[in-house]
Ligand binder design. Structure first.
Ligand SMILES: [Fe+2]
Length: 506
């Protein structure tokens, strides 16, 4: 039944796009995009298919993601496992110069030399059963999640370990990044895992504060929450540690303009023994724990912690957080892409293998008001649309924002666990503007400001056109989601996770 609905929607969409009709379900589109393997492209100018690249766009966009999900015959079961691939777009005088390359880490290079998979991944065991997976903890650092500029290096982040450094112009590999030493493995478990100290894929730059904030979750039977401050000019890192009373899995956090950091420590259960024994990959050991209470951890600028009970659910991405002061005290407002529960690992496996997930989840943009005086939280939905991979105007990071953009899906959802449109949410009036791109599948939008108004600027995003198997760069006007330009990429690749507008820094 679901496939029938999808097929009819697909037909309609193709008619709307005036292309030859071909039935392709949303799952098939996702599968076709994900299973493409990137080769990498030499420097070249991109062709403009329609519109014109705005002259005011000047600077460099980086995008990072898995470049391939098949590694010497091994099909990865999880999006997080694909080998890190960087795409560089340099905007100047109405043209875009492009190049792309894999992050040639020592692990990547060793597998290339031997032409076989040699590392267990977060979401995929090695072929060969227990012999090759039991008690094998040195997972592959896929270097595939987020780009970050620090001290002339482009860092490629992966939340399970320390970043790798590459040349921001040539994309050539430079080495491990240790932040001047503090990201070297310290605990026994970190040393066994061999990837340095975990450094999350969601660092935050707050206007007016020179340091970059980030965190890491150091593994062990007693997890440690590592709070980082990074000097972007020298690359030096300061770390403070908090031992957590239970195991958790956190992907993102909020940082306010006063340096308060907010974490949603949510209820998940770890089934570690089968993962240690090599029966299941590590990702499959993390499951929903419906009995666990969400704990909101708020650290002030002096790293003092306040704990507030929170609503049940799960969150990957947090567009922003900010503070409001009143006579009644301080309130922290945090907007989140909120899920009802921790998703099943099989959802990723299903989508990558052209199966419909058993119980797919899509997040809802939800605002949490955290009353620090009375230790209370209230939560409200900001949009009836599902929204993920959110973006805001970076000038508003840490302070009160009005607009959030993201890939989106209307309330009358297509039967898929992914999204085929883009939305702008006006949080002041809870109004959503939506533009449908089905059957194109879209990646995360990156906001680039072009004026003083919060929504004056452009959204840069990658898209995959399944009919022509074509990769695209879309430039949209952020204010109204109108398409300013559409450019053709030399090869279609998985759309990847996160991007960075580096301006003239790279
Ligand atoms: Fe992320």
């Amino acid at each position: 039944m679901r496939d029938a609905v999808a097929a009819s929607l697909s037909d309609i969409a193709y008619c709307m796009h005036e292309k030859k009709p071909r039935v392709m379900t949303p799952s098939e589109v996702f599968n076709a995009m994900s299973r493409r393997g990137a080769q990498g492209a030499a420097p070249q100018h991109l062709s403009v298919i329609s519109g014109a690249v705005p002259l005011e766009l000047s600077g460099t966009l980086f995008r990072v993601g898995p470049g391939r999900l098949r590694n010497y015959g091994l099909d990865y079961d999880h999006l997080f496992d694909g080998d890190g691939f960087v795409q560089r777009f340099s905007f100047s005088q109405g043209t875009v110069r492009f190049r792309s390359a894999y992050v040639e880490t020592p692990q990547f290079t060793r597998e290339k030399r031997h032409e076989r998979p040699m590392y267990r991944s977060f979401g995929t065991n090695l072929p060969g059963g227990l012999l090759r997976n039991a008690f094998r903890f040195n997972l592959k650092n896929a270097a595939n999640t987020t780009p970050l500029m620090v001290n002339g290096d482009l860092l490629v982040l992966w939340e399970g370990g320390a970043p790798h450094r590459i040349n921001p112009q040539s994309l050539a590999y430079r080495g491990h990044w240790t932040g001047g030493g503090p990201l070297r493995s310290r605990t026994a478990v970190e040393r066994i895992m061999g990837n340095g100290r975990p450094f999350s894929a969601h660092p935050k730059r707050i206007p007016g504060i020179p340091e970059i904030f980030n965190f890491g979750l150091s593994p062990g039977l007693r997890q440690r929450l590592l709070l980082y401050r990074v000097n972007p000019d020298t690359g030096a890192v300061q770390v403070s540690e908090t031992v957590l009373p239970r195991l958790t899995f956190m992907h993102d956090f909020a940082v306010t303009s006063s340096g308060r950091r907010v974490f949603f420590d949510v209820g998940v259960a770890f089934h570690l023994l089968p993962a240690f024994a090599g029966l299941i990959p590590p990702a499959a050991s993390i499951r929903e724990d419906s009995n666990a209470q969400t704990i909101i951890r708020v650290f002030d600028n002096a790293d003092q912690q306040q704990i507030i009970p929170g609503p049940s659910g799960y969150v990957f991405h947090i567009p922003n957080g900010y503070e409001e002061e009143s006579e009644a005290g301080a309130t922290v407002i945090v907007d989140t892409c909120w899920l009802q529960r921790f998703p099943e690992t099989d959802d990723f496996h299903a989508m990558l293998n052209n199966r419909f997930p058993r119980n797919p989840l899509l997040p809802t943009l939800t605002r949490h008001r955290i009353d620090l005086t009375n230790n209370l939280v209230s939560s409200d939905e900001l949009s009836e649309y599902s929204l993920e991979l959110p973006a805001i105007n970076p000038a508003f990071q840490g302070r009160r924002h009005r607009y959030i953009w993201g890939i989106a899906e209307p309330p009358t959802r297509r039967p898929a666990a992914t999204m085929f449109g883009i939305a702008k949410v006006d949080t002041d009036v809870a109004h959503t503007t939506y533009r449908d791109y089905y059957p194109f599948i879209l990646g995360e939008p990156v906001f680039v400001s072009s004026g003083n108004a919060e929504d004056e600027g452009y959204l840069l995003l990658l898209a995959f056109d399944p009919q022509d198997s074509q990769g695209l760069l879309l430039i949209l006007r952020a204010e109204n989601l109108e398409e300013a330009a559409r450019l053709e990429l030399p090869e279609a690749t998985p759309l990847g996770f996160h991007g960075l507008w580096a301006g003239d820094e790279a």
